[in-house]
Design a protein around this ligand. Sequence first.
Ligand code: SAH
Ligand code: F3S
Length: 477
Amino acid sequence: MSVQVFDPSVLSAPAKDLAPVRKRLYIETQGCQMNAYDSSRMADLLGESHGYVLTQNPAEADVLVMNTCSIREKAQEKVFSELGRWRKLKEKNPHVVIGVGGCVASQEGEALQQRAPYVDMVFGPQTLHRLPHLLNQHHAQHYQGAKKISLVDISFPDIEKFDFLPEPRVEGPKAFVSIMEGCSKYCSFCVVPYTRGEEVSRPLDDVIAEIASLGARGVREVTLLGQNVNGYRGETHEGQVCNFAQLLRLVVQIPGIGRVRYTTSHPLEFSDELIAAYADLPQLVSHLHLPVQSGSNAVLAAMKRNHTIDVYIEKIKKLRAVRPDLHLSSDFIIGFPAEGDAEFEETLQLVKDLDFDHSYSFIYSKRPGTPAAELPDATPESVKKERLNQLKQVIRASTIAKTDAMLGQTLRVLIEKPNDREPGMLLASADNTRLVQFVGPQDWLGRFATVEVTRICSMNLVEAKVIAVEGISALSD
Ligand code: SAH
Ligand code: F3S
């Protein structure tokens, strides 16, 4: 152990050099919004337990954490190439601690440390709350010569993690709230049920308390998160079950909360009760991300999505009947084993028929351990790439058309932050996720405004004239 000796040179050092040395944490996040949420909770946790402050620079970090994604092979490969860079940092400073969490950690476990022995801690999405404990164990081994035990913890303890996480920090008027973990749908291509475990919903009271606390601290928009979010079935304190539609009706009543989003939902759980909520709750944004994956019934069956295209179309029709201005987005998987030219054409047709606002599309990636990995797949990679390009073009054209159609529209937007690129302007977000810029003072931040779109700047950005700002009685010209 080192002994601290008073160094007289500090008396002549500039004041900033005398600031207490804070330990720094660098977190790299890959993958979905759930991972982004988990990463911010890790930062809260290590800030509270060990006083770590976040840094954007891995070279100055004492602890490096990678929150990984294994949804497609490419994401998984990135983990090891990035870890190779971190290894060099550790070679320079052996006190640096490297942790790997998320879905690759969950899938690989001990094997990850075998492949990358310089990794000190491995933990899964359901054990991230044990990170301070793992870090203490690591320090005990590293500094005090404690017995070396493997620091791999990728178990699935029954949703205990939320009981150990500190109150989330508030950064701006928007916040994410995880309401359920894991997924039990077992689509044949997907690793999530294996890496994040079976579906578990957080108890209703916990979810409501977390959102109430966020609302009290200035949050105006919450995004409810879960891999199968509309499959939420949370227990009430009377031991009953609250479903997703019922939860939404409670969330919109929470003081401060003016807008609610959620992601990602599954078509099978998209109930009539949920559609009815759109008729009654103006706080629910007119945007829905509802992955359909393919426009072909044969492919959907092979994917084990357990519904047909007609079921999906019917639900969207019903929803648009109560919300005519609904913006719809989806995920598509291209080149799944059962997809031939005819099936791909059906996907293209569906995209045109349903008039999607924007969508994400991916080439199918075989994941070890999933049932689809066993399916024969004769389609050449070049054909898949060509199909993906074709689909992306159609999607892009429709996104551009949707943005162009915003010209002249009156929208309710949430004012989020100053626009760093255009001094004097603020940036707000519309229901359909487009950014909206306009001139305005800083004290409008965090308020809802009614604006009229005056110019289309790009596919994702429009300019507007402000008509009214909530809580501001009169606008000067
Ligand atoms: N729970 C969500 C999303 C899970 S993963 C759902 O209901 O769909 C996000 C998206 O990644 C999926 O919607 C799917 O389009 C894509 N994806 C998942 N596994 C994949 C794989 N093996 N190959 C390619 N894309 C995949
Ligand atoms: Fe994956 Fe299907 Fe669940 S895509 S996350 S198994 S709904």
